[in-house]
Design a protein. Structure first.
Length: 326
């Protein structure tokens, strides 16, 4: 209930804007959904995952959030994420979700909350999966097996994603396409409530970013946002943590060869370069090179366009890199 009261107050102060937060941008796109194959079950392994659960997940990396940084993150049953010294500032498909209550535990639960730590293209991430969870107060579960499957991802570069799996809400009165999710109360009252998609700066109440509307036709809001249509399987909504703005080097710019790169590239420069970082078009860091001398392999990168950032002391320069395998 505390979460619901908070988000209602947040909604009252929200505003629409076509200007995105200087630290984050939103992208929404079709991909594929892969359930976790190795994981820890909140219910089966650690006795959590039922009745308004809340858990602290320790991170083996520093997670930047606006101007702060943390080595842990708190996540609740409603897909809210927050920290000990903040309110509910991270909404990644927030509503209220319940796995099935099972008394005779099977070897593998079909309805669960589970998590795993992964490394994708050299970037560490915490993944939390809501497996066949039910919408809170949904009266259609028993008859129609109404449920959702989705994952929330926290990357070490500060980016966050919600990845959507198979969703069956065709007969659920808790979901009204074009409006969003509803809570049902015992006195027959209802409350439109999410699903929330937004971030808020804990140090500046006016600095936030969210999406309002359909997953593929939405507006950017500087406050609370929510989806009016649930996405199809494989859809991804991503909060991109923007790379730090850089200054041009006062020396001659480094030269990349070959570019497009097929398997590798080299970089020539007049002044020693300490570090190279490579970002994909969404701003996600996909590679860090601490020894930029010699050939730099691109075997782990898919074909496409990348941003290469060279660092020399406190100065940096950015360059376009194209990977094109023959």
């Amino acid at each position: 209930m505390k979460n619901i009261l908070f988000i209602l107050s947040f909604m009252l102060t929200s505003s629409l804007s076509h200007t995105q937060s200087p630290l984050y941008s939103i992208s929404s796109f079709q991909d594929t959904y892969e359930p976790l194959d190795t994981f820890t079950s909140l219910f089966f392994d650690i006795g959590e995952g039922r009745d308004w659960w809340s858990l602290t997940f320790e991170l083996d990396f520093d997670f930047p959030f606006f101007e702060r940084s943390y080595d842990y993150i708190n996540v609740d049953y409603d897909a809210y994420a927050h920290f000990d010294d903040t309110d509910y500032d991270i909404s990644l498909f927030t509503f209220g979700y319940n796995p099935d209550i099972i008394y005779n535990w099977p070897v593998e639960l079909e309805s669960d909350v589970r998590y795993s730590y992964k490394t994708i293209s050299g970037v560490k991430a915490l993944v939390i999966e809501f497996l066949k969870n039910r919408l809170d107060t949904d009266p259609s579960v028993e008859e129609f097996d109404s449920h959702v499957n989705f994952q929330i991802w926290f990357f070490e570069d500060g980016s966050m994603e919600t990845r959507f799996g198979e969703i069956n809400l065709d007969n659920s009165p808790c979901y009204v396409p074009g409006v969003g999710f509803f809570l049902f109360f015992s006195n027959s009252d209802t409350l439109q409530y999410g699903p929330g998609i937004s971030l808020r700066n804990p140090d500046n109440q006016d600095d936030g970013i969210g999406m309002l509307g359909s997953y593929n036709d939405y507006e950017i809001t500087t406050g609370y946002g929510h989806l009016t249509y649930v996405p199809p399987p494989g859809w991804v909504i991503r909060f991109n943590r923007e790379p730090v703005k850089t200054k041009d080097l006062s020396i001659n710019d480094p030269q990349l060869f070959p570019n497009p790169a097929d398997g590798y590239f080299t970089i020539s420069h007049d002044t020693p370069i300490d570090l190279i970082e490579i970002f994909d078009p969404s701003g996600r860091s996909v590679m860090t090179v601490t020894d930029p001398s010699g050939k730099i392999s691109t075997e782990t990168l898919g074909d496409g366009f990348y941003i290469l950032k060279c660092s020399c002391g406190e100065q940096t320069s950015t360059h376009k890199l194209v990977v094109q395998k023959k």
